[in-house]
Design a protein around this ligand. Sequence first.
Ligand code: F6R
Ligand code: ZN
Length: 196
Amino acid sequence: MYNRPYAFNVALPQGRPDRFDRHVQRRLTEMTGQFLDQDAFEAMAASGNPVIYEVYELVRPQTAGELNHGLSVVHAGKVGDEYFMTKGHFHARLERAELYYCLWGEGLMVMETPEGEWAVEELRPGRVLYVPPRWAHRSVNTGKSEDLITLFTYPADAGHDYGTIERQGFRKLIIEYTGQPIAVDNPRWRLPEGKP
Ligand code: F6R
Ligand code: ZN
Protein backbone atom coordinates (compact mmCIF):
# COMPACT_ATOMS: atom_id res chain seq x y z
CA MET A 1 0.00 0.00 0.00
CA TYR A 2 2.99 2.27 -0.50
CA ASN A 3 1.28 4.56 -2.94
CA ARG A 4 -1.90 5.50 -1.13
CA PRO A 5 -2.04 8.83 0.68
CA TYR A 6 -2.26 8.57 4.44
CA ALA A 7 -2.60 10.77 7.48
CA PHE A 8 -1.77 10.24 11.10
CA ASN A 9 -2.19 11.94 14.45
CA VAL A 10 0.42 13.00 16.96
CA ALA A 11 -0.41 12.81 20.65
CA LEU A 12 1.04 15.73 22.60
CA PRO A 13 2.89 16.14 24.87
CA GLN A 14 4.04 12.52 24.37
CA GLY A 15 5.01 13.16 20.74
CA ARG A 16 3.88 9.68 19.77
CA PRO A 17 2.29 9.31 16.32
CA ASP A 18 -0.41 6.66 15.85
CA ARG A 19 1.35 5.42 12.75
CA PHE A 20 5.07 4.71 12.27
CA ASP A 21 7.39 2.07 10.82
CA ARG A 22 10.35 2.47 13.11
CA HIS A 23 10.82 3.48 16.74
CA VAL A 24 14.36 4.19 17.94
CA GLN A 25 15.25 4.77 21.58
CA ARG A 26 18.74 6.18 21.96
CA ARG A 27 20.32 5.62 25.38
CA LEU A 28 23.22 7.54 26.87
CA THR A 29 25.84 4.83 26.28
CA GLU A 30 25.07 4.87 22.54
CA MET A 31 26.48 8.41 22.54
CA THR A 32 29.92 7.68 23.93
CA GLY A 33 32.37 10.50 23.30
CA GLN A 34 29.76 13.13 22.42
CA PHE A 35 29.16 14.69 25.86
CA LEU A 36 32.04 16.73 27.22
CA ASP A 37 31.92 15.84 30.92
CA GLN A 38 33.25 12.28 31.01
CA ASP A 39 32.77 11.85 34.78
CA ALA A 40 29.13 12.96 34.59
CA PHE A 41 28.64 10.68 31.57
CA GLU A 42 29.99 7.63 33.41
CA ALA A 43 28.04 8.34 36.58
CA MET A 44 24.80 8.65 34.62
CA ALA A 45 25.56 5.57 32.51
CA ALA A 46 26.11 3.54 35.68
CA SER A 47 22.93 4.80 37.33
CA GLY A 48 20.28 3.77 34.82
CA ASN A 49 21.68 4.68 31.39
CA PRO A 50 18.63 6.85 30.54
CA VAL A 51 16.93 7.15 27.17
CA ILE A 52 18.13 10.52 25.81
CA TYR A 53 15.86 10.70 22.76
CA GLU A 54 13.40 8.74 20.64
CA VAL A 55 12.51 8.80 16.96
CA TYR A 56 9.26 7.58 15.38
CA GLU A 57 9.77 7.37 11.66
CA LEU A 58 7.68 6.60 8.61
CA VAL A 59 10.22 5.11 6.25
CA ARG A 60 9.54 5.43 2.53
CA PRO A 61 11.20 3.60 -0.38
CA GLN A 62 14.74 4.98 -0.86
CA THR A 63 14.03 6.56 -4.20
CA ALA A 64 14.31 10.12 -5.45
CA GLY A 65 10.97 11.86 -4.92
CA GLU A 66 10.02 10.06 -1.70
CA LEU A 67 10.12 11.82 1.69
CA ASN A 68 10.84 10.12 4.99
CA HIS A 69 9.14 11.83 7.90
CA GLY A 70 8.46 11.42 11.58
CA LEU A 71 8.81 12.73 15.09
CA SER A 72 11.93 13.36 17.10
CA VAL A 73 11.47 13.47 20.89
CA VAL A 74 14.47 14.66 22.91
CA HIS A 75 13.95 14.23 26.64
CA ALA A 76 14.89 16.90 29.17
CA GLY A 77 18.07 16.53 31.17
CA LYS A 78 21.76 17.30 31.28
CA VAL A 79 25.04 15.42 31.35
CA GLY A 80 27.04 17.72 33.61
CA ASP A 81 26.18 21.17 32.24
CA GLU A 82 25.42 19.91 28.73
CA TYR A 83 21.83 19.45 27.65
CA PHE A 84 20.44 16.18 26.29
CA MET A 85 20.76 16.15 22.50
CA THR A 86 20.65 13.90 19.47
CA LYS A 87 23.77 12.26 18.04
CA GLY A 88 23.59 14.49 14.99
CA HIS A 89 24.70 13.67 11.46
CA PHE A 90 25.43 14.80 7.95
CA HIS A 91 23.27 13.29 5.27
CA ALA A 92 25.26 10.64 3.39
CA ARG A 93 24.19 12.44 0.25
CA LEU A 94 25.41 15.84 1.41
CA GLU A 95 23.21 17.67 -1.08
CA ARG A 96 20.02 16.63 0.73
CA ALA A 97 18.09 19.10 2.90
CA GLU A 98 15.64 18.63 5.77
CA LEU A 99 12.68 20.53 7.21
CA TYR A 100 11.76 20.63 10.92
CA TYR A 101 8.62 21.92 12.59
CA CYS A 102 8.67 22.27 16.37
CA LEU A 103 5.54 20.98 18.11
CA TRP A 104 6.49 21.10 21.77
CA GLY A 105 9.17 22.21 24.19
CA GLU A 106 12.16 24.45 23.79
CA GLY A 107 15.51 23.83 22.26
CA LEU A 108 18.18 24.65 19.75
CA MET A 109 19.30 23.13 16.46
CA VAL A 110 23.09 23.14 16.14
CA MET A 111 24.34 22.99 12.56
CA GLU A 112 27.61 23.12 10.67
CA THR A 113 29.02 22.55 7.20
CA PRO A 114 32.16 20.66 6.18
CA GLU A 115 33.53 24.05 5.13
CA GLY A 116 33.46 25.36 8.72
CA GLU A 117 30.33 27.50 8.86
CA TRP A 118 28.13 26.97 11.92
CA ALA A 119 24.68 28.09 13.03
CA VAL A 120 22.37 27.71 16.02
CA GLU A 121 18.61 28.24 15.61
CA GLU A 122 15.89 28.28 18.24
CA LEU A 123 13.19 25.63 18.32
CA ARG A 124 9.88 26.34 20.03
CA PRO A 125 6.30 25.38 19.18
CA GLY A 126 5.18 26.80 15.84
CA ARG A 127 8.71 27.45 14.60
CA VAL A 128 9.82 26.02 11.26
CA LEU A 129 13.49 25.34 10.57
CA TYR A 130 14.99 24.63 7.19
CA VAL A 131 18.30 22.75 7.21
CA PRO A 132 19.86 23.28 3.79
CA PRO A 133 21.94 20.72 1.92
CA ARG A 134 25.46 20.20 3.39
CA TRP A 135 24.52 21.16 6.98
CA ALA A 136 25.00 18.58 9.76
CA HIS A 137 22.26 18.94 12.38
CA ARG A 138 21.71 18.07 16.04
CA SER A 139 18.67 18.97 18.20
CA VAL A 140 19.28 20.01 21.80
CA ASN A 141 16.56 20.15 24.47
CA THR A 142 17.21 23.26 26.59
CA GLY A 143 13.95 22.94 28.55
CA LYS A 144 13.82 22.21 32.27
CA SER A 145 11.40 19.28 32.22
CA GLU A 146 9.42 19.06 28.96
CA ASP A 147 10.32 16.97 25.92
CA LEU A 148 11.47 18.76 22.77
CA ILE A 149 9.24 17.42 19.99
CA THR A 150 9.84 18.15 16.32
CA LEU A 151 8.28 16.89 13.12
CA PHE A 152 10.87 16.33 10.40
CA THR A 153 10.91 15.40 6.73
CA TYR A 154 13.81 14.75 4.37
CA PRO A 155 14.43 12.99 1.04
CA ALA A 156 14.22 9.22 1.42
CA ASP A 157 17.46 8.76 -0.54
CA ALA A 158 19.47 11.08 1.78
CA GLY A 159 21.05 8.40 4.00
CA HIS A 160 22.93 9.21 7.21
CA ASP A 161 26.61 9.78 7.92
CA TYR A 162 27.03 9.47 11.70
CA GLY A 163 30.73 8.58 11.54
CA THR A 164 32.01 12.07 10.77
CA ILE A 165 30.34 13.57 13.86
CA GLU A 166 31.35 10.56 16.01
CA ARG A 167 34.98 11.20 15.03
CA GLN A 168 35.20 14.97 15.15
CA GLY A 169 32.11 16.19 17.10
CA PHE A 170 30.32 19.46 16.39
CA ARG A 171 32.29 22.70 16.55
CA LYS A 172 29.83 24.12 19.08
CA LEU A 173 28.35 22.59 22.23
CA ILE A 174 25.30 23.86 24.10
CA ILE A 175 25.76 24.11 27.85
CA GLU A 176 23.85 25.73 30.69
CA TYR A 177 25.63 28.76 32.09
CA THR A 178 24.03 30.75 34.94
CA GLY A 179 20.70 29.14 34.12
CA GLN A 180 20.76 29.90 30.37
CA PRO A 181 21.83 27.89 27.33
CA ILE A 182 24.95 29.17 25.58
CA ALA A 183 26.98 27.89 22.63
CA VAL A 184 30.64 27.30 23.45
CA ASP A 185 33.57 26.03 21.40
CA ASN A 186 33.96 22.28 21.62
CA PRO A 187 37.48 21.78 22.98
CA ARG A 188 37.50 18.25 21.59
CA TRP A 189 36.49 19.24 18.07
CA ARG A 190 38.97 17.84 15.58
CA LEU A 191 39.82 18.81 12.05
CA PRO A 192 38.42 16.33 9.56
CA GLU A 193 41.02 13.74 8.55
CA GLY A 194 43.11 14.81 5.61
CA LYS A 195 42.67 18.54 6.23
CA PRO A 196 45.71 20.56 7.31
C1 F6R B 1 16.76 12.55 9.80
C2 F6R B 1 16.90 13.51 10.92
C3 F6R B 1 16.09 13.29 12.18
C4 F6R B 1 17.02 12.66 13.19
C5 F6R B 1 16.50 12.56 14.59
C6 F6R B 1 17.48 11.84 15.52
O1 F6R B 1 17.62 12.85 8.76
O2 F6R B 1 17.67 14.42 10.88
O3 F6R B 1 15.03 12.47 11.96
O4 F6R B 1 17.34 11.38 12.71
O5 F6R B 1 16.28 13.83 15.11
O6 F6R B 1 18.78 12.34 15.41
P1 F6R B 1 20.02 11.44 14.94
O7 F6R B 1 19.61 10.79 13.64
O8 F6R B 1 21.14 12.39 14.76
O9 F6R B 1 20.26 10.40 15.97
ZN1 ZN C 1 18.89 14.55 9.02
